[in-house]
Design a binder for this molecule. Structure first.
Ligand code: NAD
Length: 477
């Protein structure tokens, strides 16, 4: 069993002051694999105090100093990438090919992309050629509380800790208590790279403990949160008394609109993408909308994908999917599958219970529900498991209306070989991201949602702006 009870505060690995022990569970075996400490208010206070005392000098560090540090972090990250992949597999059950692939690749891509942003970012300029005595300055906002979930742990924490550091902010990271192991390696990487004491701090804890303390703390200037809409609302209320800036990246219920002229394999690719990471992806295309003339064929293809996808141990190499993260997610997904059946959706693949060959572990069958309607619970709510819902549409207007008929607005998808239509539909969709024909977003493009999917944007220059105040100085000499 790994003892992972230390916190990283003020440049040192320290023992918790008032923490309580908690086990990290292997989601394939249900056995404990590590012990962490859930910190208390004294631990959160100590981390905020360290970040506060580091801020005056770090906020005036030079661009070159910060660039040098990010480049050093990149080199160490590359060297330790396979250790990070193992930690992700252990903490949240991603199969090893996926954690050695996309999970850790995304982290590397983010470090590279933020280096490019930092090289070119404009931290100050004259307002206009005729107003050269008016200067606009972009300054670090201060101490930042960074709170992340477990489903793409490296991706989510690096989208926060890197721009915080690169803009001259100091931070306290509270990773998910479900998946705290990769964050410990990130802290070691920052330490080895020479990040000055207090610029980055790490405290483990849960939402009710450290999460609550950080988001209400008078010395925290910004909360950057990724997680459920439920927690995002609670955090916003908690931060209101001290008027913090709160940046939210929340849940999603992505629609995948497949027109009859869609490029080959659009249905199969869409189904695979829905099941990837065992469906635990906020931008997963979970609602497949198919033009009626191709609908029956699409149901057949999606069903084949679900039935041919194996569900297996995370430590095994291959393209299978692993377990979901924990018992409560497993129960939640099973409950949604039961509700789908009760509400009359047509179950064509998967269904309740564990897949054959697994009598323990949080393994869920890749599941397809066809002939869904917009009033069904499984179409309206985020399931966060390998469950695809399908429904037919007759016109482009209907498809847009179905796609937008949700409180979420994170990512939507369009499959068609008609470029004019693709662009028209992309503009009509109420979401922060739209992908056409499975094109992959460029590194450094903005990531975030409309409506109840959040109010922030991560990545690229947008990711920097989240951490900056804007100052207008008039009378410049
Ligand atoms: P969660 O909201 O339960 O927890 C996320 C983090 O918030 C954890 O670190 C948790 O300890 C903390 N937390 C929970 N309640 C809190 C509170 N009241 N105050 C302070 N901190 C609190 O989410 P989860 O189950 O870890 O992750 C799954 C959710 O995250 C899904 O809804 C998913 O869509 C969403 N998500 C969104 C994005 C995005 O970028 N939009 C990315 C990934 C995941």
């Amino acid at each position: 069993m790994i003892d992972a009870r230390k916190f990283f505060i003020g440049g040192k690995w320290v023992d918790p002051i008032n923490g309580t022990d908690r086990h990290v569970i292997d989601s394939a075996t249900e056995d404990p694999i590590a012990t962490i400490s859930l910190g208390g208010s004294a631990d959160a206070d100590a981390a905020v105090a360290a970040a506060k005392s580091a801020f005056p000098s770090w906020s005036v560090s030079t661009r070159e100093e910060r660039l040098g540090l990010l480049e050093e972090i990149l080199a160490i990250y590359r060297r330790r990438r396979s250790e990070l992949a193992d930690a992700v597999t252990n903490e949240m059950g991603a199969p090893t090919d996926l954690s050695n692939g996309l999970h850790t690749a995304l982290g590397e891509i983010h470090i590279e992309a933020f280096i490019e942003v930092l090289k070119n970012f404009d931290f100050g300029h004259a307002l206009r050629p005729d107003r050269r005595r008016d200067h606009i300055l972009y300054e670090p906002i201060g101490v930042c509380a960074l709170i992340t979930p477990w489903n793409w742990p490296l991706n989510q924490m690096l989208l926060k800790v890197l721009p915080a550091m690169a803009t001259g902010c100091t931070s306290v990271l509270k990773p998910s208590e479900e998946a705290p192991l990769s964050a410990l390696i990130i802290a070691e990487i920052f330490d080895e790279a020479g990040v000055p004491a207090g610029v980055f701090n790490l405290v483990n804890g849960d939402g009710a403990g450290v999460g609550n303390c950080l988001t209400a703390h008078p010395d925290v200037d910004l909360v950057s949160f990724t997680g459920s809409t439920r927690a995002g609302v609670a955090i916003t209320k908690n931060a209101a008394d001290t008027v913090k800036r709160v940046s939210l990246e929340l849940g999603g219920k992505g629609a995948n609109i497949i027109f009859a002229d869609a490029v080959e394999n659009a249905v199969k690719a869409g189904a695979r993408r829905c099941f990837n990471n065992s469906g635990q992806t906020c931008i997963a295309p979970t609602r497949m909308l198919v033009e009626r003339s191709r609908y029956d064929q699409a149901v057949k293809e999606a069903t084949e994908v679900a039935e041919s996808l194996s569900v297996d141990l995370p430590q095994k190499s291959g393209a299978h999917i692993g377990p979901v993260v924990n018992a409560s997610q497993f129960d939640r997904i099973q409950n949604y599958i039961d509700i789908g059946i009760q509400e009359g959706a047509n179950l064509t693949a998967g269904g309740p219970g564990r897949p054959d060959g697994h009598n323990r572990g949080y393994f869920v069958k890749p599941t397809v529900f066809a002939d869904c309607t917009t009033d069904m619970t499984i179409v309206k709510e985020e399931i966060f498991g390998p469950v695809l819902t399908m429904m037919p549409f007759d016109t482009e207007e209907d498809a847009i209306a179905f796609a937008n008929d949700t409180p979420f607005g994170l990512a939507n998808y369009i499959q068609t070989s008609d470029g004019v239509r693709a662009n028209r539909v992309a503009r009509a969709l109420r979401s922060g991201m739209v992908e056409i024909n499975n094109e992959v977003r460029a590194p450094g493009s903005p990531f975030g949602g409309y409506k109840q999917s959040g109010n922030g944007r991560e990545g690229g220059t947008w990711g920097f702006e989240e951490f900056l105040e804007v100052k207008s100085v008039t009378g410049w000499f």
